[in-house]
Ligand binder design. Sequence first.
Ligand code: DX5
Ligand code: ZN
Length: 218
Amino acid sequence: MTKVSPSMLSADFSKLGEELKRVENAGADWVHIDVMDGMFVPNITIGPSVVKALRPLSKLPFDVHLMIEDPIRYVEEFSKAGADMITVHIESKGNTMRAIEKIRSLGRSPGISINPGTPFSKARKYMDKVDLILIMTVQPGFGGQAFREECVPKITQARRYIDDNGLGVEIVIDGGINRETGKICADAGATVLAAGSSLFSAEDMRSEITLWRSFGRE
Ligand code: DX5
Ligand code: ZN
């Protein structure tokens, strides 16, 4: 079954706690939390204090996507705040391998993310060190952008690599996911769909999530 990770970036920020409960009640598997620093991407979103405030309100795993420069500086704070999975971009500054090791040493699940312009080959050397690879299907920074279909072959490549090497790495897709593009990604081998605008604007978030969870290869 495909997992669904709604992105809180599209929630109503004036009532984040209620929005988190709405996501949980709608049957989400994970909660996607987008952290932006105005440096790695042009936008600024939320920091560890918000993650900490949300933590007691939900039992769902927090999938924290760090779109920040030098992410290793902040992984401990996000871990303490209650992040379960912490994903860093291989395009960000600093040593990606060390950031992954630090996340692991804190008892959290490390992930790596690649931008649309970064080939899957750049991620290979991290694949046996991480629990997830997050393949961006938009340029990170803002919700509501159009899905970039040219990224789909990378999903196929990641799927093949994971299967060939007997790894248990989740393939998370993020950016422009809706019921059509989500199905394309799941068919290509994605295991987790992260989405903001299409889920939060859905007439019925629960039935949308239920539909997406039925996508998959088998
Ligand atoms: C974009 C973020 C995404 C964003 C997706 O930089 O990483 O998680 O919330 O939003 P939609 O689903 O609207 O493309
Ligand atoms: Zn994201």
